[in-house]
Design a protein around this ligand. Structure first.
Ligand code: NAI
Length: 704
């Protein structure tokens, strides 16, 4: 809802007060807003306008549900055009307009503020300002790409737009995005006072004398700036980030023209992106999927919410330290158990160093002493009796884990959740070590724990609702994004990601060069190529992973695969990985070169496979295995697999994840290509029954 109120002395307040928890701008709001602006500009008694909201935020942005329904660029244009016209009238209507930013203004909300003659923000530390559209595969479509550089210059505006930064009030003030910060209770008075004091308001960019701050795109500095920006963008995204490309185009071509021509260029690109698969996939996975996961939609509703206060972490290695650290940072007390007091104390020292580093970077909540002071290293299970949850992170050995879990269960109160951070051992195999198997589940964290937001939550057959709910309450407290899956070898993430590294090995065995394999992956949008990844994991560990993922030896993912033999040959030749300087590549510090012994080691001849085939092999193998996990009931909803693949191992976000990628290709075309790949490279590409049914019925994994 948008209403008008009198602030007295001819100043009118336009108040946004939507029905939902936050204010968003949809098509109907845009039309109502446009009509109200016409009305106010036409009324002689109205001297000026103040825009504000009665919610905690000012305006969170456009209505994403509406944007998701957009099918064609014309649909998107129909949504933004009334808004664009209204705010253009607002800034050229001759009456002073102030945005009284009572809270967060992002996306369309901040674009509206940019069209005001002044932006005054309430002193709200939680408020954020900016244009984050790019993070969802979109770009600003309400004039933001044109007004922001005209306000603060191309050099300052470009990174804000390309990174989608959300600035705190003080930073927004320093960057020139807002004009003033005032006490919240003074906000409307200050806004009104500014309206009454200003005469003949106009935007800088509508004045004849206007020059872009800093430099113009066609100046030598501007040309240099765009050249460098394009190079940086290609290095970062290898042509897979359509939104950033569109933003750079529009910044360049829009700012060398008038504001109206610039906005027209912006609209064209915005509409193209809004209708694109990439944006829909990113919004679905990164926005809707993440928001639902973080809202704990999968949490059993019948269990009262708990607030864990004390955590026991067993195993103070890479993962245990991370879990202990994030728990302490969230305010919980942590008992960190390892095999000796000395090793446990060293783990705490290592956490202190991580905390100090994060403090320097401004990422630490609280002081180093406070956070680390909540961690108590020990070798005694007697110390963990009062824990509200136990997380085990010892070596990946079933017998060791069973032993540790049994000791922990004997030390704690009955009914306390016990989680294993195993990366592949079925939880059911560990559950029988406990007196009460309903208390165990898997919490599969990713490394580095303090930076990776995903946690794969593995529910075994016996895991009770209460235990699942309490484990999710713990994840909520440490601010993670959970994906709940069912038990099985490698669960979802390890099972699917192993096909990525094993297919890289198969490609090597076919004589494809490591560089071509890595380039094909990076060009497809992966953060890192699979060969580089294998070199980080190391050959001995990969050998173990392939062996542990073998299961009964009849897995579809292994048909025609020679990955195990390939990694065994590399390991036998004492190739280890990047850490030792001698993996599939040869390393010299941060530089690397092809290893000239590779084809002799593997007994291969040069391959003529092209990049497109290599890319298809890497992508298809993961999506096919993901479909098999759905058939097996490991994942129950495609969105969970999409989220886990993008957040867990950097599956290209613009493809939306392993299931969305199938939708993008289309089930029928996907099955057809899978058959082709199976004929050429082995039975692991045979389309699963579910895919064939989807192809026959012309179905997709996601309707929107
Ligand atoms: P790590 O080798 O760094 O640390 C293991 C720790 O467990 C060591 O501090 C060791 O002293 C301790 N430990 C061994 N036996 C113990 C016992 N009986 N009682 C108490 N502590 C004991 O291992 P990391 O990498 O932290 O892995 C731990 C678990 O997390 C494994 O199950 C692994 O598969 C899993 N994981 C590892 C990931 C990674 O990226 N490193 C990612 C996700 C899961």
């Amino acid at each position: 809802m948008i209403t008008r109120k009198n602030l007295g002395d001819g100043v009118v307040l336009v108040l946004f007060s939507g029905d939902g928890p936050v204010n968003t701008l949809g098509r109907a709001d845009n039309e109502r807003f446009a009509a109200l602006i016409d009305e106010l500009l036409a009324e002689p008694s109205v001297k000026g306008i103040v825009l504000s909201s009665d919610k905690r935020d000012f305006l969170a942005g456009g209505d994403l549900d509406e944007l998701r329904a957009v099918q064609t660029p014309a649909d998107a244009i129909a949504i933004v055009t009334p808004f664009l016209k209204a705010i253009r009238k607002l800034e050229t209507g001759g009456k002073p307009v102030v945005a009284a930013l009572n809270g967060t203004a992002l996306g369309g909300g901040f674009e509206l503020a940019l069209a005001c003659h002044r932006r005054i923000a309430a002193d709200q530390p939680s408020a954020r300002f900016g244009l984050p559209e790019v993070t969802l595969g979109l770009m600003p479509g309400g004039g933001g790409t044109q007004r922001l550089p005209r306000l603060i210059g191309l050099a300052a505006a470009t990174p804000l737009l390309l990174e989608g930064k959300r600035l705190k009030p003080a930073d927004a003030l320093a960057a020139g995005l807002i004009d003033a910060i005032v006490q919240p209770e003074r906000l409307l008075d200050e806004a009104k006072a500014w309206v009454l004091a200003s005469s003949n308001p106009a935007q800088l960019w509508d004045m004849k004398s206007f020059r872009l701050p800093g430099f113009a795109p066609q100046s030598p500095e501007g040309r240099q700036f765009f050249l460098a920006s394009w190079a940086r963008l290609h290095k970062r995204s290898a042509g897979c980030d359509l939104a950033s490309e569109a933003i750079l185009q529009v910044l360049h071509h829009g700012t060398e023209r008038s504001i109206d021509a610039g906005i027209a260029i912006e609209t064209r690109h915005f509409a193209r992106l809004a209708a694109s698969f990439d944006a829909k996939a990113k919004i679905r996975t990164l926005f809707v999927g993440t928001a639902n996961a973080r809202a704990m939609k999968m949490r059993p509703k019948n269990v009262p919410v708990s607030k864990p206060a004390r955590v026991a972490v067993i195993g103070g290695g890479v993962m245990g330290r991370g879990i202990a650290y994030v728990s302490a940072m969230a305010g919980m007390e942590v008992n960190l158990v390892d095999i000796s007091a000395d090793i446990a104390a060293k783990a705490k020292d290592a956490i202190t160093r991580i905390a100090e580093r994060d403090h320097e970077r401004g990422h630490l909540r609280g002081t180093v002493a406070d956070v680390v002071g909540r961690i108590y290293p020990t070798m005694s299970y007697a110390d963990i009796g009062q824990s509200d949850i136990v997380v085990e992170a010892v070596f990946e050995r079933p017998d060791l884990k069973r032993d540790v879990l049994a000791k922990a269960a004997a030390a704690i109160r009955p009914g306390t959740p016990i989680a294993s951070n195993t990366s592949s051992i079925p939880i059911t195999n560990l559950a029988s070590a406990l007196p009460d198997p309903s208390c165990i589940l898997g919490l599969h964290f990713f490394s580095p724990v303090e930076r990776m937001q995903l946690v794969e939550v593995i529910r075994a057959g016996a895991t009770s609702d209460e235990i699942l709910a309490r484990a999710l309450d713990f994840l909520k407290r440490i601010d993670k994004t959970p994906v709940v899956v069912n038990d099985g070898l490698g669960f979802f993430t390890s099972r699917v990601v192993t096909t990525y590294s094993s297919e890289a090995m198969n490609l090597l065995a076919d004589g494809v060069t490591p560089q071509l394999i890595d380039n094909a992956a990076v060009n497809a949008g992966f953060a890192m190529g699979p060969i580089s990844l294998c070199d980080l994991v190391t050959m001995p560990l990969l050998k173990d992973i392939f062996a542990s993922m073998r299961g009964n030896g009849r897995r579809a993912a292994d048909r025609g695969s020679v990955a195990r033999e390939t990694v065994a040959k590399l390991a036998a030749d004492e190739r280890v990985g990047k850490a030792k300087g001698n993996g599939i590549y040869t390393y010299n510090g941060e530089t690397r070169e092809p290893w000239d012994g590779l084809s002799a080691c593997l007994g291969t001849k040069p391959s003529s496979l092209d990049e497109a085939t290599v890319r298809d092999r890497l992508l298809f193998t993961q999506s096919l295995e993901a479909i098999r996990t759905l058939e097996d009931g490991v994942v129950t909803r495609p969105i969970d697999g999409d989220l886990a693949s993008v957040l867990g191992w950097g599956f290209p976000a613009h493809l939306g994840g392993v299931f969305s990628f199938v939708d993008r290709v289309g089930a029928s075309a996907f099955a057809h290509r899978a058959h082709e790949l199976a004929d050429l490279f082995g039975g692991r590409y045979e389309p699963p029954a579910m895919l064939l049914e989807m192809a026959r019925d012309n179905r997709k994994f996601h309707d929107v």
